[in-house]
Ligand binder design. Structure first.
Ligand SMILES: Cc1cc2nc3c(=O)[nH]c(=O)nc-3n(C[C@H](O)[C@H](O)[C@H](O)COP(=O)(O)O)c2cc1C
Length: 221
């Protein structure tokens, strides 16, 4: 019996074959590519699970001059121009949301907050209740506010009545990624390189979120 099974009685991996009717929206905002990469790893983590997955970007709102003056930002927007923008219909469609967002002064990027602030109608009609969510983040410094960013996002999720499926310490990969139990987070240097090995933790988090969504949707048999 493995580590997870001893603690929780079942392993997420064994749940995968039940995920056929689980829909997952991986929603990210990224200026320079880190969170896009994490979103793509989350997508890879769900490959072969049977879950239906969409990777969606939060619309850019920054003024053109700000983007034009930053080569990495400009290049990233060009590279991802074909990624569909998240819509309210996507939120209604999905059973689970996995967010990946950078830290901005220890908080959410304005672009993400603006999108969340368009969800009032869905919330009012109870359409966001019981969605299963988890979040990931990045910042330039190891203690630059990643945890606070994730928790700030979760505050809105709590208002939605969503069910937060934080990773906790449910897999060894979380320790190698820096041990953030709220959601996978990474430190990204000025050179754009990630400093911790977070790919396995991202994939674990994605599978766990989809697994919990499956339990909520179909009952934890
Ligand atoms: C306006 C602004 C505020 C930022 N605030 C923080 C911060 O509070 N702490 C930190 O470590 N990094 C901070 N950063 C760095 C970003 O978090 C970092 O560039 C980002 O995580 C990279 O993600 P991306 O490549 O997906 O855009 C800030 C960057 C910007 C542009």
């Amino acid at each position: 019996m493995g580590f997870l099974e001893k603690i929780f009685g079942k392993s997420p991996e064994k749940e995968q074959n039940k995920m056929e009717n689980v829909k997952v929206a991986i929603i990210y905002y990224s200026s320079t590519g880190t969170n896009y990469k994490m979103a793509k790893w989350a997508e890879e983590g769900l490959k072969d699970t049977g879950a239906e997955v969409k990777v969606l970007k939060v619309p850019e709102l920054a003024p053109k001059e700000a983007i034009e003056s930053n080569d990495a930002w400009k290049a990233h927007l060009e590279e991802t121009k074909d990624v569909p923008e998240v819509t309210l219909d996507d939120l209604e469609w999905a059973d689970a949301y996995i967010f990946s967002i950078p830290t901005r002064f220890g908080n959410l990027p304005g672009q993400v907050k603006q999108f969340l602030d368009t969800t009032g109608g869905l919330w009012f009609n109870g359409k966001l209740a019981n969605k299963v969510v988890s979040a990931m983040s990045s910042a330039s410094n190891a203690h630059g506010g990643q945890e606070q960013t994730i928790l700030s996002l979760y505050t809105t999720m709590f208002h939605w009545g969503a069910i937060v499926a934080s990773p906790g310490y449910t897999d060894e990969s979380i320790f190698a990624a820096g041990g953030n139990p709220y959601g996978t987070s990474v430190t990204v240097g000025q050179d754009g390189k990630m400093q911790e090995n977070v790919e396995p933790a991202v994939k674990h988090q994605a599978k766990r979120t989809a697994t919990v969504a499956e339990w909520v949707k179909n009952g934890n048999r």
